[in-house]
Design a protein around this ligand. Structure first.
Ligand SMILES: Nc1ncnc2c1ncn2[C@@H]1O[C@H](COP(=O)(O)OP(=O)(O)OP(=O)(O)O)[C@@H](O)[C@H]1O
Ligand SMILES: [Mg+2]
Length: 286
């Protein structure tokens, strides 16, 4: 894999091939304050491609319009292409989730602050890291969030894939277990928002995901119905069923129904969120 430095973000290809921060700038990063509780939310989804990024950008926009300093954070992103600068030797690694969260944040951030672990291959992260000869380092993902917190009022952390996606494979022969997105959510200890891609099968996927979230001792702060399939029949009935089940079993309110939107922008998604319910759910109200 060919790597390229990005003077603004510090990304480069390491020996291991993962697009980490270079060791020198990692060392130069401030020690994160591990006592500072994180505020904001961890956004997970019923699956990959259900609208976590679209909704996370909408959440950032809505909270930012309310006057909060907000930062988007994507701990791990898989799928990056090198974009050369229009002129000169520079360039940067491009990933759509990172760009969307970077654009929707309202504090100054580098791309590598938004995403400290960028992998080139667009596949399951532990596989992408393996393909590139590297391993994802949990401490980098946790510290990245902690470093942002002192500079903002709320962090919106977009999870990776579904809730239980593995990120780090246990060493062969070791007794340790894989470490995944659910473990990351526990380490960050943020309230969780579940994005439900409203399509056939979403009731089962939502209930299983909600169960997994609360089984880990995390608070399911609410859920957002995202109408990714404009042709789905009985969509409202599905949403009604989930509204009852998620409120009844987990105390999780519906925080918005996002229509099928073309184009999907952070502002248009934000318009469809219930801001008062969101602030209350995240404990960010006055
Ligand atoms: N409400 C919507 N209306 C129309 N298109 C949508 C909507 N929400 C998401 N999409 C589209 O669906 C696709 C997947 O959305 P998005 O990238 O937000 O999903 P994701 O869950 O973040 O995926 P990943 O797991 O890859 O991070 C994108 O092309 C996005 O533009
Ligand atoms: Mg995404």
């Amino acid at each position: 894999m060919t790597g390229g430095g990005d003077s603004s973000s510090g990304w480069q290809s390491t020996e291991a091939g993962v697009l980490w921060e270079p060791a020198a700038s990692q060392a130069a990063l401030a020690e994160p304050d591990s006592d500072l509780p994180l505020r904001g939310c961890f956004v997970t989804g019923t699956d990959t491609e259900v609208g976590k990024t679209a909704v996370s950008a909408g959440l950032l926009h809505a909270l930012g319009c309310h006057g909060l300093r907000v930062a988007g954070y994507k701990p791990v992103a898989a799928g990056a292409v090198w974009c050369s600068a229009a002129s000169g030797p520079g360039g940067h690694w491009h990933n759509e989730d990172v760009e969307a969260l970077h654009a929707a944040s309202n504090i100054e951030l580098t791309r590598s602050e938004v995403c400290p672990c960028l992998l080139e291959e667009a596949c399951a992260p532990h596989l992408a890291a393996r393909l590139e000869g590297g391993r994802i380092e949990p401490r980098v993902l946790i510290d990245g969030a902690r470093r942002l917190m002192p500079r903002c009022d709320a962090l919106v952390v977009e999870g990776v894939g579904g809730f239980c996606v593995p990120l780090v494979e246990a060493e062969e022969g070791s007794d340790a277990e894989d470490w995944g997105a659910d473990d990351l959510a526990c380490a960050l200890d943020l309230p969780v928002i579940l994005v439900v891609g409203v399509r056939l099968g979403c009731i089962n996927h939502s209930l299983l995901t909600a169960q997994a979230i609360t089984a880990r001792g995390l608070r399911l702060a609410g859920w957002i119905a995202n109408r990714v399939d404009p042709d789905m029949t009985h969509a409202q009935d599905n949403i009604d069923t989930l509204t009852r089940a998620l409120q009844g079993r987990h105390g999780a309110p519906l925080l918005g129904v996002v229509d099928y939107l073309v184009p999907v922008t952070a502002a248009r998604v934000a318009d469809q969120l219930d801001l008062d319910a969101l602030l209350k759910a995240l404990g960010l109200g006055d």
